[in-house]
Write a protein that binds this ligand. Structure first.
Ligand code: ATP
Ligand code: MG
Ligand code: MG
Length: 350
């Protein structure tokens, strides 16, 4: 049997490892932590820093293909991995998707619509960008942000100093605030042979910058904008010669779909696919990176709702299970900190 290497040991790694096991693969996690949600299901685990080139190289040598649930590793580490074997998706996709400025420029070049944005490397840059873009804006660190972390919202010019301090005075991007009716994501799998399959796009609701629910059907507005968003996402995947699952987040605006960001991996807004689609994002990711044919991405129900269990919400698990229609997923995290994703619950409308 072959072994799949996964960078990162969180819940996404856990769910990739479960899909890999189902298909007869072993998994080997590489993560900076001693343990994590993926440790319960992956037989092999190496604790090492992403900066440790020797350890990363040895890890890549020990597996048949390397993938990741966590894209925020240094480009040098990506090169190390690529120098030791097959990395899917490839280093090019990872480099772009880990850098907000690079991904927005890349998508713009392909004809995609984005919020107005400007690079910010200093307080002076920020003042200038606010003049240009307007003061209703969001300042985001270029790298490493997730779940709304590393972001500061601005509403007036006087907010500049506070926002610059709040994000830790690091290379950033200022985005104009987009007026949108709804949010959605395009989740696709691209096989090693270039075949692309799309799941239906869910309507995503965020609370405090964190995904709260994903719903299908997504309704007429999103259904109307999904084809253009899909076309763009397909172009992105082809341009990067992408292999695996790729996610693009969009705002459904009056001007059409506005690209927000991409993730070169399985995505929280695709968790509904485990029960709600013929083939899950995790299974198709494994199939793609292992060079296997992709499974059907069609809906397996009339509708699906996926709700994240964040912080204390995970304590509701008994109530959730008391309704036999609910599918409960808990990630095995010991400590329920506020804002921490502890699990999710999926419900099908049959
Ligand atoms: P994750 O990677 O976990 O999805 P993130 O930290 O990368 O989150 P974003 O996706 O950039 O954060 O932003 C989180 C949410 O904040 C978005 O889903 C959206 O609701 C809101 N948001 C972000 N950028 C803008 C914008 N330019 N205009 C309006 N709302 C925005
Ligand atoms: Mg993000
Ligand atoms: Mg996002």
């Amino acid at each position: 049997g072959s072994t799949i290497g996964i960078l990162g040991g969180g819940q996404l790694g856990r769910m990739i490892a479960m899909a890999a096991a189902q298909l007869g693969y072993r998994t080997h996690i590489y993560a900076p932590e001693e343990s994590g949600p993926a440790a319960d299901v992956s037989p092999l685990w190496t604790c090492g820093a992403y900066e440790d080139a020797a350890a990363l190289g040895a890890f890549a040598d020990s597996v048949d293909v390397v993938t990741y649930e966590f894209e925020n590793i240094d480009p040098a580490a990506v090169d190390t991995l690529a120098g030791h074997g097959l990395v899917r998706p490839g280093a090019g996709a990872l480099r772009i998707a880990q850098d907000r400025l690079a991904e927005k420029r890349f998508v713009q070049q392909l004809g995609g619509l984005t919020a107005p944005f400007a690079p910010v490397d200093s307080l002076d840059d920020l003042e200038e960008a606010l003049d240009e873009i307007g003061s209703r804006a969001i300042l985001k660190t270029n790298r490493m942000g997730y779940d709304g972390k590393g972001q500061a919202r601005l509403s007036e010019p006087g907010d500049a100093v506070g926002a610059w301090n709040a994000i830790g005075r690091q290379p950033a991007i200022l985005e104009g605030f987009v007026t949108f009716a709804q949010e959605f994501s395009v989740i696709l799998a691209r096989g090693a042979d270039g075949e692309v399959r799309f799941w239906d796009s869910p309507a995503n609701v965020h609370v405090d910058g964190i995904l709260s629910t994903s719903m299908l059907p997504a309704g007429p507005l999103i259904e109307g904008q999904a084809p253009a968003a899909r076309a763009l996402a397909g172009q992105v995947a082809d341009a990067l010669d992408y292999v695996g699952v790729l996610t693009l987040e969009f705002f459904a605006s009056a001007d059409g779909p506005v690209f927000n960001e991409m993730a070169p991996r399985v995505h929280n807004s695709g968790h509904w696919t485990t029960e709600g689609a013929v083939t899950s994002q995790f299974e198709n990711h494994v199939r793609a990176i292992c060079g296997l044919p992709l499974g059907d991405t069609g809906l397996a129900a009339q509708g699906v709702v996926m709700r994240n269990l964040i912080g204390d919400q995970a304590h509701e698990w008994r109530d959730i299970l008391s309704d036999p229609a609910n599918h409960l997923h808990l990630y095995g995290k010991r400590e329920a900190r506020p804002g921490r994703k502890m699990g999710h619950v999926t419900r099908l409308m049959l």
